[in-house]
Ligand binder design. Sequence first.
Ligand code: ATP
Length: 337
Amino acid sequence: MEKMMEIKELRKEFKSYSSRSGLKGAFRDLFTRNYKVLRAVDDISFTVRPGEMVGYIGENGAGKSTSIKMLTGILTPTSGTVNVNGMDPHKEREKFVRTIGVVFGQRSQLWWDIAVQESFRLLKKVYRVSDEAYEEHMSHVIETLDIGPLLDKPVRKLSLGQRMRCELAAALIHNPPLLFLDEPTIGLDVLVKNKIRQFLKEINQKYNTTILLTTHDIADIEALCDRVIMLDQGKVIYDGALDHLKEKWMEEKQIEFQFIDEVSKEELDNLTKGMPVLWHHGKDGWRWTASTEDHDDLISDLIAKVVNALKIKDVNVQSISMEEIVRNIYEEGAVRE
Ligand SMILES: Nc1ncnc2c1ncn2[C@@H]1O[C@H](COP(=O)(O)OP(=O)(O)OP(=O)(O)O)[C@@H](O)[C@H]1O
């Protein structure tokens, strides 16, 4: 099997030093420091084939950025091995960066004060892209992303959506076989989001570009990725098809109750003892959601029990959304078999 990325037992630990109090403590700190070890990435392994679009997701602090930094050669692993596009990203850094494109939503690789076009021209030089290759490839990119009218504007004059489209174009100047995208649609309106998603699909189809996509917007993943890798506390807790996740969780129903009086979780748990129900807190103490299996009898039973015991203002039965599925999985920290 051909591989674009092969990650084995990858680990990154950070040491954080704590200082002791007082003068004596400070004196001791001179000789021996107390430190704690935080394992941000905890022996993760996976492979990615050429042309795959993989959603790389997890809660804040799950270890996504740290692992991507290792995959792009910015950080060295504590242990484990990384092979991306046939190289060790850290050891062969110069050669390596020519073969990848990176978009970090929050950081720009365009120069703030000069026209977008000038940034593109500089990057073209850095990546040693020939005029012909640039013309052929970029005229299409510029057209599809609809950034022609922006090219002579300095980046600082662009809106976020305009800038993100230019960032994407910049990451593609050398037509890399591999793209790392970190929150490429954050803060954008739906139209721009769709345009970017459409564009990513296109380049994936046209050039078989491999894409690793980090996002908190599950709709990005639904639109683009057949596969998701989910991290939690530095570990891979799910690696597989998004559809499969849906199948496992979609059989659920969410029943949202709005109560007249405040209720506690204990009360609700007691009430539905013996039933396959998980209670989640809503926006306030009056709102609770019960997740349960999708059987009519069960749902009627559950509602009947709650309504008999507690005064309710409103009740609402819904199928679970992808966002919620992911949130539930994060909360439980594991994927049910
Ligand atoms: N340079 C560092 N020194 C010490 N701890 C760090 C460092 N970088 C990250 N961490 C810690 O490692 C853990 C993983 O962080 P990381 O940034 O990889 O998470 P993330 O999944 O990318 O989160 P987010 O979605 O917020 O970007 C966190 O607990 C973070 O505080």
